[in-house]
Design a protein around this ligand. Structure first.
Ligand SMILES: [Fe+2]
Ligand SMILES: [Fe+2]
Length: 369
């Protein structure tokens, strides 16, 4: 599948319209994460929100979703704030953390592009931090213009007004040198731990709304998307999305022409339904979706989830965690014979509490702005 030309132009933005083809090539050589997540936001925007593309609030319309970018006095840093709550009658976009798919509503990411369409920064946000949604970042040398974008989990992709950067230093830096620096700054951003339950709730919301499935998919729906856990002896656990010796899920970033297709997040819940690990994945230069994490102390079972940007939410099989052997060293121990090893009691009977919120309560109504 290829994007129509108009979509490619939208994804590449200013870069496609720019005569500076060097900027595009340089960006493609660095991590492709930011172009990839942005391309996916554009894909979702066109499919689910507006065939006309990215939302830009016009004069007189609500600025609740608009990412406003302001420069520091010395021009070396910039801040993005979503909404105009500082104005009389204005409102900031809410940051409503929730485990309820019906309630969770927040700005998941803020990204910023420069005048050549190169990405400067990407940050995944935590909805447990009170509004406004905001990030502050260093402005790379050579940047002359910036545009901020934000993704609202319920209302899509929004662009803010272009902001000019004019300092004597930035004007003297060659464009190519600047592009290398800028491209290196934008990379994958993990959600803070406090955000994990809300991220899961949003995936359940999307699973119901976009994929019309009240529950995550399972092995029965195909092994290629299933996250399988291996508990290692060194105290870590590993996850691979797909079956060893069988189908493995691809990790295809965006080249600006074809839509990306990758596992965006992998996460793990324990026997109590607590999310104990989550990772956002960069498809650049990898062929498999994997994750390694410290096996949590006290975990008796674990179950992994994976989100595919095209195919939705999958849950893996419940995996037993063997309790580590207890090593007891007696006082008179002088050699290896005096060390006795006791097996810790099995705790395999602990009930697994699924995090799967009953999504049947979801009423799929028209999106409200
Ligand atoms: Fe929103
Ligand atoms: Fe997929």
């Amino acid at each position: 599948m290829k994007f129509p030309t108009s979509i490619s132009t939208l994804i590449l933005g200013a870069a496609a319209a720019s005569s500076s083809s060097n900027a595009i090539a340089l960006a493609a050589e660095s991590s492709g994460y930011c172009p990839t997540i942005y391309a996916d936001f554009v894909r979702r925007q066109l499919a689910n929100f507006s065939p006309d593309g990215i939302f830009v609030a016009q004069e007189g319309e609500s600025q609740k979703h608009t990412p406003f970018l302001t420069l520091s006095d010395d021009g070396k840093s910039a801040t993005v704030i979503v909404g105009n709550g500082e104005e009389e009658g204005g409102v900031y976009h809410p940051m409503s953390a929730s485990t309820d798919p019906l309630e969770v509503h927040f700005v998941t990411h803020i990204l910023v592009k420069d005048q050549d369409g190169n990405f400067i920064v990407n940050e995944a946000l935590d909805p447990t931090v009170a509004a406004p949604a905001t990030i502050t970042f260093a402005v790379p040398d050579g940047v002359t213009e910036m545009v901020a974008y934000e993704w609202c989990n319920k209302h899509g992709l929004w662009a803010g007004p272009a902001v000019q950067v004019s300092t004597s230093e930035t004007e003297t830096v060659p464009v190519q040198e600047k592009s290398l620096e800028v491209s290196a700054e934008c990379s994958v951003s993990d959600f803070p731990e406090a955000a994990w339950p809300s991220v899961h709730a949003d995936f359940l919301r999307l699973q119901a709304q976009v994929f019309e499935s009240e529950m995550p998919y399972t092995e029965a729906d195909g092994e290629k998307h299933v996250p399988y856990i291996t508990v290692n002896e060194d105290g870590t656990s590993s996850i691979l999305v797909g079956k060893v010796g069988g189908p493995i899920h691809p990790m295809n970033g965006s080249d600006g022409e074809t839509p990306p297709h990758w596992i965006t997040e992998i996460y793990v819940v324990d026997q109590d339904g607590k999310i104990v690990a989550m990772k956002s994945l960069d498809p650049t230069g990898v062929t498999e979706a994997t994750m390694t994490f410290d096996t949590p102390e006290g975990a008796t079972t674990m179950q992994a989830y994976s989100w595919c940007n095209i195919h939705g939410l999958y849950e893996g099989p419940v995996t037993e965690v063997e309790a580590p052997a207890e090593v007891e060293i007696t006082e008179e121990a002088t050699d290896a014979d005096a060390v006795t090893v006791k097996e810790a009691p099995s705790s395999g009977t602990a009930a697994v509490v699924s995090l799967s919120v009953i999504a049947s309560a979801l009423t799929l109504t028209a999106l409200e702005m």
